[in-house]
Design a protein around this ligand. Structure first.
Ligand code: FAD
Length: 460
């Protein structure tokens, strides 16, 4: 059967095989480039387009790669030889905001920040806040169970998803979950789809929980430490003291060096004064924190060796956060990087930084690192001196994954497995869980057409 001709006959202008458009979906923000070229790009306008695409692909046994905004960092939305890339970016309507039940119903292509802006007039807020919130889609956030800066206090995407509409591999439309606060009928298929990276179905609608917008004043503490280990120990001390900041972010010396070069020294001096060091911790409390809480945090940071600066005005707080926000752009401005994403128990954060230093020294690779210290999620950026991921960089990244697992951590805190981490999946899951997960995949997708080669290696 000529699948492309049938796609065009059924979906018309929504289908393109333009080489430039196909080339663009061979990659995502991970920088991974697929060897082959997809058969077609379908830009779905509605649920029926998604159903028609999947029906046809299932019949023909052709792979379908769901794609949101393409900002993923695990190569999950990358289209390889002969597959159909199914973009839901144009399905971007906010269908309903229901203040009485504190929920919103959205199509998957809605950009995270756009939902948040639409909620603001109601005094409501969508809490999941990946650093990519201005460019990533709710569907992609759900498919990767995205995290962000506020997770330790407000949770990750999974906590915000009440129900889904999902098109299954054979084109059937499935509804999961509920609009109620509680609901425990049957297995929790909603939770199963969250984080499934397009391997179990294509999300075409989401009912999400929204929260009252946090009010009151924001207090931000910036602290420089002589060594990153001290900054990490200070963050663990804040956790142990149950102070529950909204944001707690950490930068190591190499990250600071890149950010200094990128933002300019004055900007950091403006926000932090003359203090400097090889570790920077930013702690932000929202909702007008009690003065004792702030003082307690300052005391803990200083006991750990930090030079602190407290800001009670929102503008300086933003300036301090701006130092952290520059982390993605700063190392990238110096050349290409492999952005990694491991998580460790929060009490092991200092050990994780030791492990990064050891891997960096052993393999001779620079690894500037930022961490969402409030939840133990680290983003080591491997600097690619020649612009490509060499076997040495790959070996260094593998050594780091092993170190994270040995610390009781996990291969990925928020970016997902995609292609880049699939060869390590069995190491973390173990053979029984791995086999069960493959069986679950086969129940939802018997012909293996949904995002083939992602999460699980096709050969295993
Ligand atoms: C500068 C920058 C900062 C970032 N910061 C963060 C961060 O703080 N936290 C974080 O978690 N991530 C972060 N990311 C990574 C990325 O933004 C997230 O993974 C995001 O959730 C991906 O959304 P997307 O719409 O771009 O999805 P895509 O990249 O298009 O897809 C990602 C995965 O989801 C699947 N998918 C997409 N839409 C659907 C759908 N409707 N149904 C089923 N499967 C689907 C794809 O097949 C793929 O496997 C960052 C990325 C960048 C570039």
């Amino acid at each position: 059967m000529d699948v492309l001709a049938r796609l065009i006959a059924e979906l018309g202008d929504a289908v393109t095989a333009d080489p430039a458009r196909l080339a663009a979906v061979r990659t995502d923000e991970s920088g991974f480039l697929a060897d082959g070229t997809p058969l077609a790009l379908v830009e779905a306008q509605g649920v029926e387009d998604v159903q028609a695409t999947l029906r046809l692909a299932n019949e023909a046994g052709i792979g379908v790669v769901a794609r949101g905004a393409g900002t993923g960092l695990a190569a999950g939305a990358v289209g390889d030889q002969g597959v159909i890339v199914l973009s839901v970016a144009k399905m971007n309507r906010i269908i309903e905001i229901d203040p009485a039940n504190e929920l919103a119903v959205v199509e998957p292509g809605v950009i995270n920040a756009d939902l948040d802006a639409a909620l603001a007039p109601y005094g409501l807020w969508y809490a999941p806040d990946p650093a990519s919130k201005a460019i990533s889609s709710i569907g992609g956030n759900i498919a990767t169970n995205a995290g962000g800066l506020l997770c330790a206090k407000y949770g990750v995407t999974r906590e915000a998803v009440l129900g889904l509409k999902v098109v299954l591999a054979d084109g059937r439309l499935l509804e999961t979950g509920h609009r109620t606060v509680k609901g425990v009928t049957g297995y929790d298929l909603t939770a199963l789809f969250v984080g499934s990276e397009g391997t179990l179905g294509v999300v075409v609608e989401a009912t999400v929980r929204v929260l009252p917008r946090p009010g009151g004043d924001v207090v931000t503490i910036g602290a420089f430490f002589p060594e990153v280990r001290q900054a990490a120990l200070a963050s663990s001390a804040v956790v142990v003291a149950r102070l529950r900041p909204a944001v707690m972010e950490l930068l190591d010396g190499q990250a600071l060096e890149a950010i200094r070069e990128y933002l300019g020294d004055e900007l950091i001096r403006d926000a932090m004064g003359p203090a400097t060091g090889d570790g920077f911790l930013l702690v932000q409390f929202d909702e007008s924190p009690a003065a004792e809480k702030v003082l307690h945090a300052v005391e803990l940071l200083e006991q750990a060796g930090g030079q602190t600066r407290v800001s009670t005005d929102a503008a300086t707080g933003e300036q301090l956060l701006g130092i952290r926000r520059a982390f993605h752009a700063a190392p990238a401005a110096r050349g290409q990087v492999l952005i990694e994403d491991v998580s460790v128990p929060r009490s092991r954060l200092a050990d994780a930084f030791d492990a990064i230093a050891a891997v960096s020294a052993q393999y001779g690779v620079r690894i500037p690192t930022a961490a969402h210290a409030g939840d133990g999620n680290l983003h080591p950026n491997f600097v690619l001196d020649g612009g490509a991921i060499t076997p040495t960089v790959r070996a260094a990244a593998d050594a780091l994954f092993r170190a994270a697992l040995a610390l009781g951590g996990t291969l990925t805190g928020e970016h997902g497995v995609g292609i880049l981490k699939r060869h390590h999946l069995i190491d973390e899951l173990g053979p029984d869980s791995y086999a069960l997960q493959r069986q679950v995949k086969a129940v939802f997708d018997p012909r293996g057409i949904l995002n083939p080669g992602k999460v699980f290696e096709t050969t295993q």
